[in-house]
Design a protein around this ligand. Sequence first.
Ligand SMILES: [Zn+2]
Length: 131
Amino acid sequence: MSTLGPGVARTGTARPGSPGATRPCPHCKTTILESASVCPACKHHLRFDSAPAQARASVPLQVEGTIRHPPNEAAWEYSMVLSIRNERGEEIDRKVIGVGALQAGQSRTFSLAVEVTEARGAKLAKGLLKR
Ligand SMILES: [Zn+2]
C-alpha cells in the first residue's frame, strides 16, 4: 500500500517486540500495532491466549464534527485527510480516509480518536530521555 506522498517517512519501522512494532491484521490487512489484541479497524479479536491483560487504552485526543449541506446548494464533494507530524513538525504519515459527496440536506459526521496504551514488557530505550 502506498498512500504516502513524496518525502513522507514510513511509520512502523520499529523492530518486532519494541514499542511501535506493527503487523498486518489477519482479517482486514490494516497495519496495526503488534501488541493489539483487538484490531482498531475491523474490531476482530486477534488473541485468545490469556496473556497478562493488556494495558487499558486511554484516549487523550478525540475530535468529532458534523458537516451539513445547505438545502438549496449544488452537491459537495469531500475528502477526509489525516496527517501525523512528529515533534519537529515533520509529516510522518498522511492518508485519505474517505471521500464522498453530500447532496442537499445530507450530513456527515467525522470522528477522530487517538488511543494510547503503555507499551508493557518493552524496555525503555537507553538514551531516550536524554536531550
Ligand atoms: Zn482488522
